[in-house]
Design a protein around this ligand. Structure first.
Ligand SMILES: *Cc1c(COP(=O)(O)O)cnc(C)c1O
Length: 410
C-alpha cells in the first residue's frame, strides 16, 4: 500500500491523535473528523453524516459548496487567481460596485480575514480622526463594548474583556475604552473630543448571540452623528443574511459609517473580508498607507461577487426570517425543559442550557452523537447558526435531537 493510500485509511481516532504532536493546541475541536460536505450536511471519515448547525461560525451561510459559488470559483481558477494590487484585475471593480450597492455605502477596502478588516477599520478611523476631525496626534480613542469579539490580533485582543484571549499576550495597544454593551448612557459618557469611532457588533455572536434592546443601534447612530465620531459596525458574523435581513443593522434601519464584513463573504471557499464605508471616510487612505498581498485578489473577488448575487435575490434573508420562526418556536417549547433561556434572531440562536444537565461542551458532544454539530460558548451556552439553506424538516430534526439530549441528560 502506498503512503498516500494508507493515510486515507486512517480512522477518526487515528487522525485526531496524529494532530496532537504536530498541530498547535489553540483549539479543542469536537472529536469529529470531517472529510466531505454538501449543503447542510457534513460526512466524517467513517461515512457518518451530521447536520451542520454551526456553519463555520456563519462563514457557510450558503451551505457547503453552494453550486453557484463553486462554479464561480472554478471558472475563476481556470482564468486568473492572483495579481497582487500592484496591477489591476478584471474582477475587483465589479465586486466593489456590487458590495457597495448591497450595503448602501460608497467604497470598499478588500481584505482577507475578519481580524484584518477590524484592524483596517481601526487604522482608517484613527486617520480620519486626525485628518478630518482634527484630534491631536496619537490621542485618538475608540470606544468598544464589553464582551466583544472582533478577532485575535494583538491590537484587537487589547480591547477584549475575555481574559483567556488576553492573558500572556501583552503589552497591549492603547487607545481603546470599554463600556457595557447595550448601555447608551455609558457610551455617551465615554465619548469625547478624542473619540474617532464607536466599534460594536450589532449582535454579539461569540458572547452568546446577545441582542441589544430595540433602539440601541438607532441610539448609537444618533449619538455618533451628534458627537462627530464614526459608527463602525462589525457585521462579520451577524451580516449577510444570518438574521433575516442583509445586515443586522437593517432591523433598526440604521446605516453605519463603516461596515465590517467577512466570514460568509467568502462563501465558505476563500477568506474574503471588507471594510465598506462612506467615501469621505475611506478616502483618507492613500497609496502606500495600507495594503494586503491577497486582499482583492481575483479569485476572492469572483467568489465575493457571486455571494453578493445570491444575497441580491433576497432568498436567503427570507429563508432566515421564515425558518427563524421555526427555530424560535422550537426553542420556546424547550424553555424550562433543559433550556434556561435563549436569544434568537433569524437563523441564529444562543441557547443557555440548565447547568444541571451538562456543560455546553457536554451537550455539544451528545448532539454530535445524535448527528448534529454545534459549538458551545461560555460555559453552558450553545450557539445554533445553521446554513441558511437548511430546510424546515432539517431544522426540526436538529431541534428534536436537542430535545432528546436535554431529556436524556448529557
Ligand atoms: C469571526 C469574527 C471576527 C474575526 O474574523 P476572522 O476571520 O476569524 O479573523 C471579527 N468579528 C466578528 C464579529 C467575528 O464574528
Amino acid at each position: 500500500m502506498t503512503v498516500a493510500a494508507s493515510r486515507q485509511l486512517r480512522s477518526s481516532a487515528e487522525l485526531i491523535s496524529a494532530e496532537e504532536p504536530v498541530l498547535a493546541h489553540n483549539y479543542h475541536p469536537l472529536p469529529v473528523v470531517v472529510a466531505r460536505a454538501e449543503g447542510t450536511w457534513v460526512e466524517d471519515v467513517e461515512g457518518r453524516r451530521y447536520l451542520d448547525m454551526l456553519a463555520g461560525y456563519s462563514a457557510l451561510n450558503f451551505g457547503h459548496r453552494h453550486p453557484a459559488l463553486v462554479e464561480a470559483a472554478h471558472r475563476q481558477l481556470d482564468r486568473l487567481t492572483l495579481t497582487s494590487r500592484a496591477f489591476h484585475n478584471d474582477r475587483l471593480a465589479r465586486f466593489a460596485e456590487s458590495l457597495a450597492a448591497l450595503t448602501g455605502l460608497d467604497m470598499v477596502l478588500p481584505m482577507n480575514t475578519g481580524a484584518e478588516a477590524v484592524e483596517s477599520a481601526v487604522k482608517v478611523a484613527r486617520k480620519w480622526a486626525y485628518e478630518v476631525k482634527g484630534v491631536a496626534p496619537d490621542r485618538a480613542t475608540i470606544v468598544v463594548a464589553a464582551d466583544n469579539f472582533h478577532g485575535r490580533t494583538t491590537t484587537i485582543v487589547s480591547f477584549s474583556t475575555d481574559e483567556s484571549a488576553r492573558a500572556g499576550f501583552g503589552p497591549f495597544t492603547p487607545g481603546f475604552r470599554v463600556v457595557p454593551y447595550n448601555d447608551l448612557a455609558a457610551l455617551e459618557a465615554a465619548v469625547d473630543e478624542t473619540t474617532a469611532a464607536v466599534l460594536i457588533e450589532p449582535i454579539q455572536g461569540e458572547a452568546g448571540v446577545v441582542i441589544p434592546d430595540d433602539g440601541y443601534l438607532r441610539g448609537v447612530r444618533e449619538l455618533t452623528r451628534r458627537t462627530g465620531c464614526l459608527f463602525v459596525a462589525d457585521e462579520i458574523q451577524s451580516g449577510l443574511g444570518r438574521t433575516g435581513r442583509t445586515l443586522a443593522v437593517d432591523h433598526e434601519d440604521v446605516v453605519p459609517d463603516v461596515l465590517l464584513l467577512g466570514k460568509a463573504l467568502g462563501g465558505g471557499i476563500v477568506p474574503v473580508s471588507a471594510v465598506v464605508a462612506r467615501r469621505d471616510v475611506l478616502e483618507v487612505l492613500r497609496p502606500g498607507e495600507h495594503g494586503s498581498t491577497f486582499g482583492g485578489n481575483p479569485l476572492s473577488a469572483a467568489v465575493g461577487s457571486a455571494v453578493v448575487e445570491l444575497l441580491e435575490t433576497g432568498e436567503f434573508q427570507r429563508r432566515a426570517a421564515e425558518l427563524g420562526v421555526v427555530l424560535r418556536g422550537g426553542l420556546a417549547a424547550l424553555e424550562g425543559r433543559g433550556v434556561r433561556a435563549f436569544r434568537a434572531r433569524g437563523l441564529w440562536a444562543g441557547v443557555d442550557i440548565d447547568p444541571a444537565i451538562g456543560t455546553g461542551r457536554q451537550i455539544s458532544e451528545r448532539l454530535m452523537r445524535e448527528g448534529v454539530l454545534v459549538k458551545d460558548t461560555h460555559g453552558s451556552t450553545i450557539r445554533l447558526a445553521p446554513p441558511l439553506t437548511i430546510t424546515g424538516d432539517e431544522l426540526r430534526t436538529a431541534l428534536g435531537a436537542l430535545e432528546k439530549v436535554l431529556v436524556e441528560g448529557a
